[in-house]
Design a protein around this ligand. Structure first.
Ligand code: NAP
Length: 256
């Protein structure tokens, strides 16, 4: 029960890493607010948690909606007394390079992957500043290293990485008992990555997959639970001396 008595909000939790994180948190005693732009998938994840003895509730949330951030966080505090953990997880990945990325796709990526992390962090700090809390921003290995076909994604995730340090420093300087850290997953088998693989020409899938695996020192892709376990550590008081840090979980990908 590493998260006993904690209330956690996980965005984009209807799928992949967010769903695994919500389930892992609930298994350790947290009450989890599962949000997603797809309200049905959020409902399904929350129902699964509740039916296995955990505590969860679902909300439909588009993380780019500024007004909704304030009301959602206020509702959670009114209903449950606090918000102790926020995982800014919702994100999208568009496969395009600097020459063929449209401005529309660029802006959509920054809004969902970047601006939402700012708005979520700001809303959480407002309610966590007295009681304290842990804010976990899901960046990526692609917030650390470049990828030619992820130009907008690289920009957004690099922004999340350094924004996290700014917010961590601000909270520390103000004496708020709030920690803010980023998580950097490598290649994790989720619908996001499966969609990327599916978008490849059929005759390239096998070769690209083998190339990718060949670049991962541990030789396998990660699973959502691998990231959920890292988030659990950052959410719990076990990481009380960590703020502004980058937790890389990538099978060794960024070592070389
Ligand atoms: P995923 O399975 O596609 O899950 C992302 C979830 O976010 C989906 O349920 C998606 O809903 C939701 N979402 C999209 N736009 C949203 C919005 N505007 N508001 C609220 N929710 C929204 O992807 P994932 O792989 O678990 O990725 C989770 C996070 O990890 C992302 O930030 C991603 O960049 C990061 N990450 C993933 C990997 C990886 O290898 N998988 C690696 C590094 C970092 P819909 O499906 O309805 O769009």
């Amino acid at each position: 029960m590493r998260l006993a008595n904690k209330v956690a909000l996980v965005t984009g939790a209807g799928s992949g890493i967010g769903a695994a994180t919500a389930k892992r948190f609930a298994g350790e005693g947290a009450l989890v607010v599962v949000t997603d732009i797809n309200g049905e998938s959020a409902q399904a994840v929350a129902a699964g948690i509740n039916s296995s003895g955990g505590r969860a509730e679902a909300r439909t949330q588009d993380v780019t909606d500024e007004a909704l951030w304030s009301t959602l966080v206020a509702d959670i505090v009114a209903a449950h007394g606090s918000l102790d953990v926020l995982v800014n997880n919702a994100g999208i990945a568009i496969t395009a390079n600097v020459e063929n990325t449209t401005l529309e796709d660029w802006r959509r990526t920054q809004a969902i992957n970047g601006e939402s992390v700012f708005m979520g962090t700001r809303a959480a700090v407002a309610v966590m500043k007295v009681r304290g809390g842990s804010i976990i921003n899901i960046s990526s290995i692609e917030g650390i290293v470049g990828e030619p076909n992820a130009t907008a994604y690289n920009y957004s995730k690099g922004g999340v990485r350094i924004f996290t340090k700014s917010a961590a420093l601000h909270c520390a300087a103000q004496g708020y008992p709030i920690r803010v850290n980023s998580v950097h997953p490598g290649f994790i088998l989720t619908p996001m990555v499966e969609a990327g693989i599916a978008a490849l020409p059929a005759d390239e899938v096998q070769a690209q997959y083998q190339r990718l695996i060949g670049e991962i020192p541990l030789g396998v892709m990660g699973e959502p639970i691998d990231i959920a376990n890292g988030c659990l550590f950052l959410a719990s008081d076990e990481s009380r001396y960590m703020t502004g840090a980058e937790l890389v979980i990538d099978g060794g990908y960024t070592c070389h």
